[in-house]
Write a protein that binds this ligand. Structure first.
Ligand code: FAD
Length: 404
């Protein structure tokens, strides 16, 4: 640790999820004792959400860890609470519980709200929807369901969990010897997992085909009623159950500029437009791809800017998004990487990046690996069929590549 004679700059991080923890670790590493860090979040436990898709299939267990302990080990203190308002002129944030938290620099990492986008579908938001999905699988195994549809709503750029749910369902039913259940993926994308480029799309197309899962591209699910999924362009699809991903929206926060969907506009260093000393990172920001690795990269960019401002000897790098994914499928390991605009793609039998954990954060991945035992990559039962994908995104074109 560096010892300065000055009192440290007080950094308040609102949110104890992926971006909040990555920023805490990055600040500790980069700014050392030039800053003190407090984290404010309402929950008692950090939950590793990406494994939520695997739990109903019993190929992985959800991991969680007491947040207070995790934050302390990351080099900060946790204050339990939920931020309601930011008074940037006075440099305080107010919580719903009535506390006033003063700061020198504030980093907003509140994540997003998951909303139902396909009425009456089973909206899969994370661990809380695992039991409903497990019940649906049970009904399918008992022969009570014949047609299951997995639907990606319009405006959802991060489609990977939907493909995982469809592929894992296919494997689960086949392994149990269940026949005669039709599975269909409905998506507005032009190719499956289009965000990752051609190599990933081809691999996912093959995986769907191997399991006999039908794919309807360029089709948006609208609503599910009386055994019928309404689609756009105007058509219908018979279904006993529809599983859909949620649409994300920002969290209301008084005193902070937000677009109509609730997302916060930032510059390339994470500074919130029109507010001094307020930064934002992760799903809460306007960047269209809501993904853990992206959230961590935004947190790193903000932490570098905050550290440099506090006097750390570094040139802060702007946010340069690289999308990496690990797809849990059930069979044949394959690892993919592609680069946007360069027509380069790679298919390999070895991971092309490490650690192949589900959320890649420069500081968070090794930190969680140690604490949650994630260093070995995907859980053993799922590892067999893991597909990793990586793509460098041009921030200007990320929106154009997503179905937003
Ligand atoms: C089922 C599922 C599968 C996924 N799979 C992957 C994957 O394979 N790879 C990947 O990279 N990403 C994946 N993601 C996405 C990833 O989990 C999110 O993009 C990531 O967690 C976003 O990080 P964040 O820090 O912005 O938000 P979060 O991690 O959601 O953290 C937000 C934090 O803010 C807190 N908070 C909320 N409101 C307040 C408030 N008012 N005041 C203070 N604190 C508040 C929350 O309690 C939480 O601590 C998946 C998500 C889901 C749901």
């Amino acid at each position: 640790m560096r010892s300065s004679g000055h009192s440290p700059r007080r950094v308040l991080i609102a949110g104890g999820g992926v971006a909040g923890l990555e920023a805490t670790l990055a600040l500790r590493a980069l700014a050392e004792d030039r800053v003190s860090v407090d984290v404010v979040a309402p929950e008692a436990d950090f939950t590793y959400r990406p494994l939520a898709v695997a739990e109903p299939f019993r190929v992985a267990e959800m991991r969680s860890f007491p947040l207070k302990k995790l934050v302390r080990e990351a080099g900060a203190e946790l204050r339990q609470g939920s931020v309601a308002e930011v008074d940037a002129a006075r440099k305080v944030s107010r919580t719903h519980e009535g506390d006033e938290l003063p700061y020198d620099v504030l980093l907003l990492a509140l994540g997003a709200r998951a909303e139902e986008a396909v009425p009456n579908a089973l909206t899969f938001r994370g661990p809380e929807d695992g039991p409903a999905l497990a019940a649906m699988l049970e009904e399918a195994l008992n022969g009570e369901l014949r047609r299951l549809v997995f639907a990606l709503p319009a405006g959802v750029a991060w489609s990977l969990p939907l493909y995982e749910l469809a592929l894992l369902t296919g494997t689960h039913l086949t392994d149990a010897g269940t026949r005669g259940v039709e599975l269909t993926v409905v998506t507005p994308e032009e190719a499956p997992l289009a965000l990752f480029g051609a190599a990933a799309s081809d691999a996912v197309r093959d995986l769907l085909e191997i399991r006999g899962i039908e794919l309807r591209l360029g089709t948006t699910p609208v609503s599910f009623e009386a055994g019928m999924l309404r689609l756009s362009p105007e058509s219908r699809l018979d279904a006993d159950r529809v599983v859909a991903l949620p649409r994300l929206a920002g969290r209301p926060l008084a005193g902070v500029p937000q677009d109509p969907a609730g997302f916060v506009p930032t510059d390339a260093h994470g500074r919130v437009m029109h507010l001094a000393d307020v930064y934002a990172a992760g799903d809460l920001t306007q960047f269209p791809i809501k993904q853990g690795g992206i959230a961590a990269q935004q947190a790193d960019a903000a932490a570098e800017a905050i550290a440099a401002d506090a006097g750390a000897p570094l040139e802060p790098a702007p946010f340069r998004p690289v999308l990496r994914g690990l797809l849990l499928t059930g069979i044949f390991p394959r690892y993919l990487r592609s680069e946007v605009g360069k027509d380069v793609s790679a298919v390999d039998e070895e991971p092309l990046w490490w650690p192949p954990a589900k959320i890649v954060g420069r500081y968070l991945a090794p930190f969680l690996a140690e604490r949650l035992g994630l260093s070995e990559g995907p859980p053993p039962a799922a590892r067999q069929g893991a597909v990793t994908v990586e793509v460098e995104l041009d921030p200007q074109h990320a929106g154009a590549r997503s179905p937003l």
